[in-house]
Design a protein around this ligand. Structure first.
Ligand code: NAD
Length: 276
Protein backbone atom coordinates (compact mmCIF):
# COMPACT_ATOMS: atom_id res chain seq x y z
CA UNK A 1 0.00 0.00 0.00
CA UNK A 2 1.01 3.62 -0.33
CA UNK A 3 1.16 4.19 3.44
CA UNK A 4 4.76 3.95 4.71
CA UNK A 5 5.54 1.88 7.79
CA UNK A 6 7.64 2.60 10.85
CA UNK A 7 9.75 -0.17 12.34
CA UNK A 8 8.93 -0.80 15.99
CA UNK A 9 11.69 -1.57 18.52
CA UNK A 10 11.14 -5.33 18.04
CA UNK A 11 11.43 -5.17 14.24
CA UNK A 12 7.69 -5.29 13.49
CA UNK A 13 6.45 -2.89 10.79
CA UNK A 14 3.52 -0.61 11.67
CA UNK A 15 1.73 1.57 9.10
CA UNK A 16 2.32 5.21 9.96
CA UNK A 17 -1.32 6.04 9.22
CA UNK A 18 -4.18 3.95 10.54
CA UNK A 19 -7.90 4.17 11.12
CA UNK A 20 -9.45 4.80 14.56
CA UNK A 21 -12.89 3.41 15.41
CA UNK A 22 -13.80 5.03 18.74
CA UNK A 23 -17.50 5.99 18.96
CA UNK A 24 -18.51 3.75 16.07
CA UNK A 25 -21.28 1.28 16.96
CA UNK A 26 -20.54 -2.40 16.42
CA UNK A 27 -22.76 -2.85 13.35
CA UNK A 28 -21.63 0.42 11.83
CA UNK A 29 -18.01 -0.64 12.43
CA UNK A 30 -18.55 -3.47 9.99
CA UNK A 31 -19.53 -0.98 7.26
CA UNK A 32 -17.07 1.76 8.15
CA UNK A 33 -14.02 -0.47 8.63
CA UNK A 34 -14.93 -2.06 5.29
CA UNK A 35 -14.87 1.39 3.69
CA UNK A 36 -11.54 2.20 5.32
CA UNK A 37 -9.98 -1.04 4.03
CA UNK A 38 -11.41 -0.25 0.59
CA UNK A 39 -9.79 3.21 0.77
CA UNK A 40 -6.41 1.59 1.49
CA UNK A 41 -6.04 1.63 5.28
CA UNK A 42 -4.44 -1.54 6.61
CA UNK A 43 -4.08 -0.55 10.27
CA UNK A 44 -7.17 -0.42 12.49
CA UNK A 45 -7.22 0.90 16.06
CA UNK A 46 -9.98 -0.47 18.30
CA UNK A 47 -10.31 -1.20 22.02
CA UNK A 48 -12.40 -3.46 24.26
CA UNK A 49 -14.24 -0.42 25.65
CA UNK A 50 -15.28 0.73 22.15
CA UNK A 51 -17.65 -2.24 21.95
CA UNK A 52 -16.89 -2.78 18.27
CA UNK A 53 -14.21 -5.46 18.18
CA UNK A 54 -16.74 -7.94 16.72
CA UNK A 55 -17.89 -5.62 13.92
CA UNK A 56 -14.30 -4.68 13.22
CA UNK A 57 -13.27 -8.33 13.05
CA UNK A 58 -16.13 -9.16 10.70
CA UNK A 59 -15.06 -6.37 8.36
CA UNK A 60 -11.46 -7.61 8.39
CA UNK A 61 -12.60 -11.14 7.53
CA UNK A 62 -15.06 -9.99 4.86
CA UNK A 63 -12.38 -7.89 3.15
CA UNK A 64 -10.45 -10.99 2.09
CA UNK A 65 -7.21 -9.08 2.72
CA UNK A 66 -4.49 -11.51 3.83
CA UNK A 67 -3.97 -11.37 7.61
CA UNK A 68 -0.29 -10.53 7.24
CA UNK A 69 -1.19 -7.34 5.36
CA UNK A 70 -3.33 -6.09 8.24
CA UNK A 71 -2.21 -4.39 11.44
CA UNK A 72 -4.80 -4.71 14.20
CA UNK A 73 -4.53 -2.91 17.52
CA UNK A 74 -6.79 -3.39 20.52
CA UNK A 75 -6.56 -2.22 24.12
CA UNK A 76 -7.13 -3.58 27.58
CA UNK A 77 -9.81 -1.68 29.49
CA UNK A 78 -9.40 -0.28 33.00
CA UNK A 79 -11.69 -2.84 34.64
CA UNK A 80 -9.34 -5.58 33.43
CA UNK A 81 -6.14 -4.38 35.09
CA UNK A 82 -4.31 -7.04 37.06
CA UNK A 83 -2.35 -10.03 35.80
CA UNK A 84 -5.06 -12.69 35.53
CA UNK A 85 -7.84 -10.30 34.53
CA UNK A 86 -5.61 -9.02 31.73
CA UNK A 87 -5.04 -12.53 30.37
CA UNK A 88 -8.81 -13.14 30.36
CA UNK A 89 -9.55 -9.76 28.76
CA UNK A 90 -7.08 -10.49 25.99
CA UNK A 91 -8.78 -13.84 25.24
CA UNK A 92 -12.14 -12.07 25.08
CA UNK A 93 -10.84 -9.40 22.70
CA UNK A 94 -9.18 -11.92 20.45
CA UNK A 95 -12.39 -13.96 20.36
CA UNK A 96 -14.51 -10.94 19.45
CA UNK A 97 -12.06 -9.94 16.73
CA UNK A 98 -12.04 -13.51 15.45
CA UNK A 99 -8.26 -13.42 15.15
CA UNK A 100 -5.43 -15.71 16.18
CA UNK A 101 -3.21 -12.78 17.07
CA UNK A 102 -3.29 -9.02 17.23
CA UNK A 103 -0.46 -6.91 15.93
CA UNK A 104 -0.44 -4.58 18.91
CA UNK A 105 -2.00 -4.87 22.37
CA UNK A 106 -2.03 -1.80 24.58
CA UNK A 107 -2.89 -1.01 28.19
CA UNK A 108 -5.50 1.70 27.62
CA UNK A 109 -4.75 3.88 30.70
CA UNK A 110 -2.09 3.68 33.43
CA UNK A 111 -4.47 4.30 36.40
CA UNK A 112 -1.50 5.20 38.60
CA UNK A 113 -3.66 5.54 41.73
CA UNK A 114 -4.52 1.81 41.51
CA UNK A 115 -0.88 0.74 41.21
CA UNK A 116 -1.76 -2.11 38.84
CA UNK A 117 -0.02 -1.32 35.56
CA UNK A 118 3.15 -3.30 36.33
CA UNK A 119 1.28 -6.57 37.00
CA UNK A 120 -0.97 -5.88 34.05
CA UNK A 121 1.99 -5.30 31.75
CA UNK A 122 3.58 -8.58 32.90
CA UNK A 123 0.49 -10.34 31.52
CA UNK A 124 1.04 -8.53 28.22
CA UNK A 125 4.64 -9.78 28.24
CA UNK A 126 3.31 -13.35 28.44
CA UNK A 127 0.87 -12.72 25.60
CA UNK A 128 3.77 -11.33 23.58
CA UNK A 129 5.99 -14.30 24.42
CA UNK A 130 3.19 -16.61 23.22
CA UNK A 131 3.07 -14.75 19.89
CA UNK A 132 -0.55 -13.77 20.37
CA UNK A 133 0.42 -10.10 20.16
CA UNK A 134 3.21 -9.25 17.70
CA UNK A 135 3.98 -6.17 19.76
CA UNK A 136 2.84 -4.77 23.11
CA UNK A 137 2.69 -1.27 24.42
CA UNK A 138 0.76 1.27 26.40
CA UNK A 139 -1.55 4.23 25.99
CA UNK A 140 -1.82 7.44 27.96
CA UNK A 141 1.38 6.71 29.90
CA UNK A 142 3.30 9.79 31.00
CA UNK A 143 7.11 9.76 31.25
CA UNK A 144 6.94 8.99 35.00
CA UNK A 145 4.76 5.93 34.35
CA UNK A 146 7.07 4.78 31.57
CA UNK A 147 10.16 5.28 33.76
CA UNK A 148 8.68 2.92 36.31
CA UNK A 149 7.59 0.42 33.67
CA UNK A 150 11.06 0.37 32.10
CA UNK A 151 12.60 -0.22 35.52
CA UNK A 152 10.33 -3.08 36.57
CA UNK A 153 9.54 -5.02 33.38
CA UNK A 154 11.58 -6.53 30.53
CA UNK A 155 9.89 -5.74 27.21
CA UNK A 156 10.25 -2.08 26.25
CA UNK A 157 6.81 -0.95 25.04
CA UNK A 158 6.80 -0.68 21.26
CA UNK A 159 4.29 2.16 21.24
CA UNK A 160 2.74 4.73 23.54
CA UNK A 161 -0.57 6.00 22.18
CA UNK A 162 -1.30 9.47 23.58
CA UNK A 163 -3.47 12.49 22.87
CA UNK A 164 -1.47 14.54 20.39
CA UNK A 165 -2.35 17.22 17.83
CA UNK A 166 -1.00 20.69 16.97
CA UNK A 167 -2.84 22.26 19.92
CA UNK A 168 -1.40 19.66 22.33
CA UNK A 169 1.91 18.57 20.79
CA UNK A 170 3.37 16.70 23.80
CA UNK A 171 7.00 17.64 23.20
CA UNK A 172 8.21 16.12 26.48
CA UNK A 173 6.57 12.76 25.85
CA UNK A 174 7.81 12.65 22.26
CA UNK A 175 11.37 13.33 23.38
CA UNK A 176 11.13 10.67 26.09
CA UNK A 177 9.79 8.12 23.59
CA UNK A 178 12.54 8.95 21.10
CA UNK A 179 15.22 8.37 23.76
CA UNK A 180 13.77 4.95 24.57
CA UNK A 181 12.91 3.81 21.03
CA UNK A 182 9.16 3.88 21.69
CA UNK A 183 6.97 4.96 18.77
CA UNK A 184 4.62 7.84 19.51
CA UNK A 185 1.09 7.17 18.29
CA UNK A 186 -1.28 10.15 18.21
CA UNK A 187 -4.88 9.75 19.33
CA UNK A 188 -7.40 12.41 18.36
CA UNK A 189 -4.82 13.42 15.73
CA UNK A 190 -7.34 15.88 14.21
CA UNK A 191 -8.18 17.37 17.59
CA UNK A 192 -11.52 15.57 17.26
CA UNK A 193 -12.32 17.80 14.29
CA UNK A 194 -13.51 20.63 16.54
CA UNK A 195 -11.73 24.01 16.71
CA UNK A 196 -8.46 22.77 15.26
CA UNK A 197 -9.60 22.21 11.69
CA UNK A 198 -11.08 25.74 11.55
CA UNK A 199 -7.96 27.43 12.89
CA UNK A 200 -6.88 30.27 10.53
CA UNK A 201 -3.25 29.09 10.46
CA UNK A 202 -4.36 25.68 9.25
CA UNK A 203 -6.75 27.24 6.73
CA UNK A 204 -3.83 29.29 5.35
CA UNK A 205 -1.59 26.25 5.01
CA UNK A 206 -4.41 24.27 3.40
CA UNK A 207 -4.88 27.06 0.82
CA UNK A 208 -1.10 27.28 0.25
CA UNK A 209 -0.82 23.57 -0.52
CA UNK A 210 -4.18 23.13 -2.21
CA UNK A 211 -5.10 20.56 0.45
CA UNK A 212 -7.73 20.31 3.20
CA UNK A 213 -7.17 21.29 6.85
CA UNK A 214 -7.31 17.63 7.91
CA UNK A 215 -4.64 16.75 5.35
CA UNK A 216 -2.36 19.53 6.64
CA UNK A 217 -2.72 18.27 10.21
CA UNK A 218 -2.06 14.65 9.23
CA UNK A 219 1.02 15.73 7.27
CA UNK A 220 2.30 17.45 10.42
CA UNK A 221 1.99 14.15 12.32
CA UNK A 222 3.76 12.18 9.62
CA UNK A 223 6.63 14.67 9.40
CA UNK A 224 7.05 14.60 13.20
CA UNK A 225 7.42 10.81 12.96
CA UNK A 226 4.15 10.01 14.74
CA UNK A 227 1.76 7.25 13.91
CA UNK A 228 -1.69 8.85 13.41
CA UNK A 229 -5.11 7.13 13.53
CA UNK A 230 -7.77 9.59 12.34
CA UNK A 231 -11.42 8.56 12.61
CA UNK A 232 -14.32 9.35 10.31
CA UNK A 233 -17.55 7.63 9.30
CA UNK A 234 -17.84 9.72 6.12
CA UNK A 235 -16.44 7.90 3.07
CA UNK A 236 -15.12 11.07 1.41
CA UNK A 237 -13.25 12.03 4.58
CA UNK A 238 -11.99 8.48 5.10
CA UNK A 239 -10.43 8.75 1.63
CA UNK A 240 -9.23 12.33 2.17
CA UNK A 241 -7.44 11.37 5.39
CA UNK A 242 -5.30 8.73 3.70
CA UNK A 243 -4.48 10.92 0.70
CA UNK A 244 -1.62 12.67 2.48
CA UNK A 245 1.46 11.30 0.75
CA UNK A 246 1.62 13.68 -2.22
CA UNK A 247 2.81 16.88 -0.55
CA UNK A 248 5.11 18.14 2.15
CA UNK A 249 5.06 20.89 4.75
CA UNK A 250 8.17 23.07 4.75
CA UNK A 251 10.07 24.43 7.75
CA UNK A 252 8.05 27.65 7.79
CA UNK A 253 4.80 25.66 7.77
CA UNK A 254 6.01 23.52 10.66
CA UNK A 255 7.06 26.65 12.58
CA UNK A 256 3.61 28.17 12.03
CA UNK A 257 1.98 24.97 13.33
CA UNK A 258 4.23 25.04 16.39
CA UNK A 259 2.49 28.29 17.30
CA UNK A 260 -0.82 26.47 17.83
CA UNK A 261 0.21 24.80 21.10
CA UNK A 262 -2.46 25.75 23.64
CA UNK A 263 -1.25 23.50 26.43
CA UNK A 264 -4.81 22.19 26.73
CA UNK A 265 -5.78 18.57 26.35
CA UNK A 266 -9.19 17.48 25.04
CA UNK A 267 -9.28 14.24 26.99
CA UNK A 268 -8.66 13.32 30.63
CA UNK A 269 -5.37 13.74 32.46
CA UNK A 270 -3.78 10.26 32.68
CA UNK A 271 -2.26 11.09 36.07
CA UNK A 272 -5.73 11.24 37.64
CA UNK A 273 -8.08 9.41 35.22
CA UNK A 274 -9.55 6.48 37.16
CA UNK A 275 -12.88 5.28 35.75
CA UNK A 276 -14.02 1.83 34.69
P1 NAD B 1 -9.97 12.54 15.50
O1 NAD B 1 -8.99 13.58 15.91
O2 NAD B 1 -9.55 11.44 14.62
O3 NAD B 1 -11.21 13.32 14.90
C1 NAD B 1 -12.30 12.62 14.37
C2 NAD B 1 -13.41 13.61 14.04
O4 NAD B 1 -12.90 14.64 13.20
C3 NAD B 1 -14.52 12.95 13.22
O5 NAD B 1 -15.48 12.38 14.08
C4 NAD B 1 -15.05 14.09 12.41
O6 NAD B 1 -15.96 14.86 13.18
C5 NAD B 1 -13.83 14.93 12.16
N1 NAD B 1 -13.15 14.64 10.88
C6 NAD B 1 -12.50 13.51 10.51
N2 NAD B 1 -11.97 13.64 9.29
C7 NAD B 1 -12.28 14.87 8.86
C8 NAD B 1 -12.00 15.59 7.69
N3 NAD B 1 -11.28 15.05 6.71
N4 NAD B 1 -12.48 16.85 7.59
C9 NAD B 1 -13.20 17.40 8.57
N5 NAD B 1 -13.48 16.79 9.72
C10 NAD B 1 -13.03 15.53 9.87
O7 NAD B 1 -10.64 12.00 16.87
P2 NAD B 1 -10.81 10.64 17.66
O8 NAD B 1 -11.80 9.74 17.05
O9 NAD B 1 -11.00 11.06 19.07
O10 NAD B 1 -9.36 9.95 17.60
C11 NAD B 1 -8.99 9.03 16.59
C12 NAD B 1 -8.81 7.65 17.17
O11 NAD B 1 -7.87 7.67 18.25
C13 NAD B 1 -10.06 7.07 17.82
O12 NAD B 1 -11.03 6.67 16.87
C14 NAD B 1 -9.46 5.97 18.62
O13 NAD B 1 -9.14 4.86 17.78
C15 NAD B 1 -8.20 6.63 19.14
N6 NAD B 1 -8.37 7.19 20.50
C16 NAD B 1 -7.69 6.60 21.52
C17 NAD B 1 -7.79 7.10 22.82
C18 NAD B 1 -7.02 6.47 23.92
O14 NAD B 1 -7.27 6.76 25.09
N7 NAD B 1 -6.06 5.62 23.62
C19 NAD B 1 -8.63 8.20 23.08
C20 NAD B 1 -9.31 8.78 22.02
C21 NAD B 1 -9.16 8.27 20.74
Amino acid sequence: SKVPSLTLNNGIAMPQLGFGVWQIEDDQAFTTVGQALEAGYRSIDTAAIYGNEAGTGKALAASGIPREELFVTTKLWNSDHGHDAALRAFDTSLGKLGLEYVDLYLIHWPLPSRDTYIDTYKALEKIYADGRAKAIGVSNFQPAHLERLLGETSVVPAVNQIELHPQFPQADSRAFHARHNIVTEAWSPLGQGKGLLEHPTIAELAAKHGRTPAQVVLRWHLQLGNVAIPKSVTPSRIAENIDVFGFELDDADLAALAGLDSGNRLGPDPATFDVG
